[in-house]
Design a protein around this ligand. Structure first.
Ligand code: ADP
Ligand code: MG
Length: 280
């Protein structure tokens, strides 16, 4: 699909893709970047020759140096941005988008924030309340429906943000470093929350993160990118069973895959560093 003007975005972390997006083979990828390059109008070459095909119900993490085009990749997937070469195909009717900032409206309660996309879409009050309450329960926020964002911890605000995206029943769920600002234990808890949702809802996940451990823990596959212009440096399978428990992080299998991803990330950064070398 080439994103078109009819690809409406609701401005609330959720985008609707027209039914025409369903023209893909059902056995084909849910999301594919086909030889995608993007040069911004100011000449910044953000992405170069990106080829990534993501099958339905894969969960792919993307790691790479700052500024290598990870957010741009997600913006392309959502249709916010157009490639200057190549094509982005999305075979999904609904898209969820969660950002590093929870982007909640401070004057609205958790419940009223979570129901906002449905409210904007004109869903009647009883139905949108029921959907919001279900999403709130799934992210473990039941009991906090009437709290305002300022009364919540950073982790709880992120749970609310995820719940809001969940109400759109995303077939493709995009995460842009959602837990980067949280402490390690909160981050691990939220990794389990998203892992539980992933197993339950069967969405296709694309998860941008700086954390190698998080990438391996969450994913069926990790894509490592080079520095700008971002290219795919490595594509590493994570053949670990689900459900994944916190203890998995201490197993040799996990350590081995994390080491492979780390080495690929270091190689990608080294390959990109100027000849004079670069300080760590
Ligand atoms: P990442 O998420 O990997 O840190 P981004 O995708 O945000 O990187 O950005 C990739 C590069 O493109 C960066 O150098 C960024 O400054 C640049 N960039 C992002 N958006 C724009 C834009 N609209 N116009 C010009 N340059 C941009
Ligand atoms: Mg980014």
């Amino acid at each position: 699909m080439s994103p078109t003007a009819s690809q409406a975005h609701t401005g609330d972390g959720r985008a609707d893709i027209p039914a025409a997006a369903h023209d893909g083979n059902v056995y084909g990828p849910a999301l594919a970047f086909r030889n995608v390059s993007l040069v911004f109008e100011n000449g910044t070459h953000a992405l170069d020759g990106i080829d990534i095909a993501i099958r339905p119900h894969e969960f792919v993490s993307v790691v790479g140096p700052s500024g290598c085009g990870k957010s741009t990749l997600l913006r392309l997937a959502s249709g916010f941005e157009q490639p200057t070469a190549g094509a982005v195909d999305v075979a999904a009717a609904t898209l969820g988008y969660v950002f590093q900032e929870a982007t909640l409206l401070p004057w609205r309660s958790v419940l009223r924030n979570v129901e906002l996309p449905a409210e904007l879409a004109g869903v009647d009050r009883a139905a949108r309340r029921a959907a919001a309450r279900e999403a709130i329960e799934l992210v473990g926020l039941t009991g906090f429906e009437n709290h305002k964002p300022a009364q919540l911890s950073g982790g709880m605000r992120m749970r609310a943000s995820i719940a809001r995206a969940l109400t759109g029943a995303p077939e493709v769920f995009l995460f842009d470093e959602p837990f980067g600002a949280l402490d390690e234990i909160t981050r691990q808890r939220l990794n389990e929350v998203v892992g539980g949702l992933y197993r339950r809802s069967a969405f296709t996940g694309v998860f941008v993160t700086h954390s190698v451990a998080e990438a391996v823990f969450m994913s069926t596959r990790v894509v490592v990118m080079t520095g700008r212009p971002g290219r795919v440096a490595a594509d590493i399978a994570v053949p670990l069973d689900f459900p994944r428990t916190p203890e998995l992080r201490y197993t040799p299998e996990f350590g081995e895959i994390a080491a492979t991803v780390s080495a690929a990330l270091h190689d990608a950064e080294r390959a990109h560093a100027p000849a004079a070398g670069r300080a760590a």
